[in-house]
Design a protein around this ligand. Structure first.
Ligand code: NAD
Ligand code: IPM
Ligand code: MN
Length: 351
């Protein structure tokens, strides 16, 4: 079996609950004939740690994480710590310092899950949002990227567009929608548009269209089937991806990969959702975002068959109506987790 070194950082709130659930599912997958072995190192980097020791993670975090094949992250955020302190002490420095510049957020209506949009069935909403993850509106707030003062640099725009075109090119529809606000945001976004058309010339087989971010929200709601791959800035994609998750059923299902496409640094995998203090400790968090995130991690590591098997297990459990409250069901985290583990074992036995 292929062995991978994984840093596990559950963090705060429901981050701890959904990561524990996802590790159970990954174990089930590995022992049901999976072709991988995960060698975990667990880190207590969290608001708890901050409150007792004064820091979220050691100063040496880059050296500690560098040898890992991937980072599996839960969520950070605690009602007693200002959010800009917690986020800029843990999650955002890892993304920026490792130059995980492509934040990839696939989202679709899974079998068995009902979209809040009338008549929206699996297949009608099937998107990949590519989020610029290294600068843009998030630049210069403590991140030490190589162009700390730049908000939108040509270099970063070009690499995220190339990445997005590569994603779009591998999908059947070969359609890339780029999101902008160049009508108002003259600084940066005019350059964003310019680079979009420049890079488009390298990908003649991909159809590209342009949307202003405000109009994009209406298109996502009214014509979800007209979209496929989407590329947007750090902040725009942050907002659009929560909308996308809700349109696909719940923020509780949506996964994220923070990729360093050069593979010089480890990439980081996490649910889109946060620490959800309103439901944490109750055992009712939806673990599907963490499961789907685990599947994305396996896929990135090259374990494509197991990633696919995990997604099928998730969809078979959803299809049987075993859903948490956010999806209109009454199952708790443990029940969904057990059902997915059982589905994995059954499908492995059937093979
Ligand atoms: P949130 O995603 O934590 O919660 C928003 C709403 O969605 C809440 O009502 C919550 O109960 C619900 N929800 C989220 N995940 C769910 C799940 N898996 N199952 C069921 N319901 C779920 O966003 P927020 O409330 O804006 O932020 C809470 C804290 O998390 C803040 O401190 C924020 O800064 C932080 N945050 C962290 C991350 C991250 O670590 N990646 C992401 C977003 C927010
Ligand atoms: C996300 C989150 C983070 C972001 C916050 C918590 C800093 O909302 O991963 O979507 O904006 O990137
Ligand atoms: Mn967000």
């Amino acid at each position: 079996a292929n062995k991978y070194k994984i840093a596990v950082i559950p963090g705060d709130g429901i981050g701890k609950e959904v990561i524990e659930a996802a590790l159970a599912v990954l174990d089930a997958l590995a022992s049901a004939g999976g072709s991988f072995v995960l060698d975990y190192e667990h880190f207590d980097w969290s608001s708890e740690r901050f409150k007792t020791t004064g820091s979220y993670m050691p100063d040496s975090f880059l050296d500690v994480l560098q040898p890992k094949d991937a980072i599996f992250f839960g969520a950070v955020g605690d009602p007693t710590v200002p959010d800009h302190i917690s986020l800029w002490s843990l999650l955002l420095p890892i993304r920026q310092r490792f130059q995980q510049y492509a934040n990839v957020r696939p989202i679709r209506v899974l079998k068995g899950i009902k979209s809040p949009l009338a008549d929206c069935k699996p297949g009608d909403l099937d998107w990949v949002i590519v989020r610029e993850n290294s600068e843009g509106e998030y630049a210069g707030q403590g991140g030490r990227t190589h162009q700390e003062l730049a908000i939108f640099s040509r270099h970063a725009i070009r690499r995220i567009f190339r990445f997005a075109f590569e994603v779009a090119e591998k999908r059947p529809r070969k359609l890339l929608t780029f999101v902008t606000k160049s009508n108002a945001q003259r600084s940066g976004m005019v350059l964003w548009d310019e680079v979009a058309y420049e890079v488009a010339k390298e990908y003649p087989h991909v159809t590209m269209d342009k949307m202003l971010v405000d109009a994009m929200t209406t298109r996502m709601v009214l014509r979800p089937e007209s979209l496929d791959t989407i590329v947007a800035t750090n902040l725009h994609a942050d907002i659009l991806s929560d909308l996308a998750a809700a349109l696909a059923g719940s923020i509780g299902i949506a996964p994220t990969s923070n990729l360093d496409p050069t593979r010089r640094a480890p990439s980081m995998f996490e649910p889109v959702h946060g620490s959800a203090p309103d439901i944490s400790g109750k055992g009712i968090a939806n673990p599907i975002a963490a499961f789907w995130t685990a599947a994305e991690m396996l896929d990135w590591l090259g374990e494509k068959a197991d990633a696919k098997l995990l997604m099928e297990a998730i969809e078979s459990v959803c299809g049987r109506g075993i859903l948490t409250k956010d999806l209109g069901g009454s199952a708790n985290t443990a029940e969904v987790t057990d059902a997915v583990c059982t589905a994995i074992k059954e499908s492995a036995q059937a093979q």
